[in-house]
Design a protein. Structure first.
Length: 156
């Protein structure tokens, strides 16, 4: 493993433990050259999962694309990287539990929105606005109405 700081291929594992999702191993490494520490994750190589996009193009599942989309929605919100990774891991597990190796992107988007709705409502609306391609303010209001109704009934 090359050090991300000095790019020397000489390190040692300082700590190793199973991650929260149970499907990866988190390793703390120390570079023998610059002595800086960094974290790597070892994941089980999964079966090829294909995502069917809206235009019917198929592409390989990319965990990083999902994480990146959630991170953008959660930008400057009180949502930690650990919470984002927990959502990604949970949705990923649901995808792998299915019998089908091809899943449409709409299904993934809906699963992500279900999780994000309970983590941060502003991040949820941000994600939904891009995912559902809101065209105008009416689309925002239609998406927010059920949450506002629920919040007002909770206050009573």
């Amino acid at each position: 493993m090359k050090c991300p700081y000095c790019h020397v291929d000489n390190d040692r594992v300082v700590d190793s433990r199973t991650s929260q999702d149970g499907f990866s191993i988190r390793r703390r490494r120390e570079c023998s050259s610059c002595k800086r520490r960094y974290t790597t994750y070892e994941r089980l190589e999964e079966i090829d999962l294909k995502i069917v996009k809206k235009d019917k193009v198929r592409e390989l599942y990319d965990r990083e694309k999902i994480r990146s989309g959630l991170a953008k929605a959660c930008w400057k919100r009180p949502v930690s990287d650990d919470q984002i990774m927990a959502i990604v891991s949970d949705v990923e597990q649901q995808l792998y539990d299915r019998d089908d190796n091809e899943i449409d992107s709409q299904t993934i988007g809906e699963l992500l929105m279900q999780k994000l709705r309970f983590v941060d409502q502003v991040a949820f609306v941000r994600f939904a606005s891009v995912y559902r391609e809101f065209k105008d303010v009416r689309d925002f209001v239609d998406e927010l109405a059920p949450m506002l109704d629920r919040d007002s009934s909770d206050a009573k």
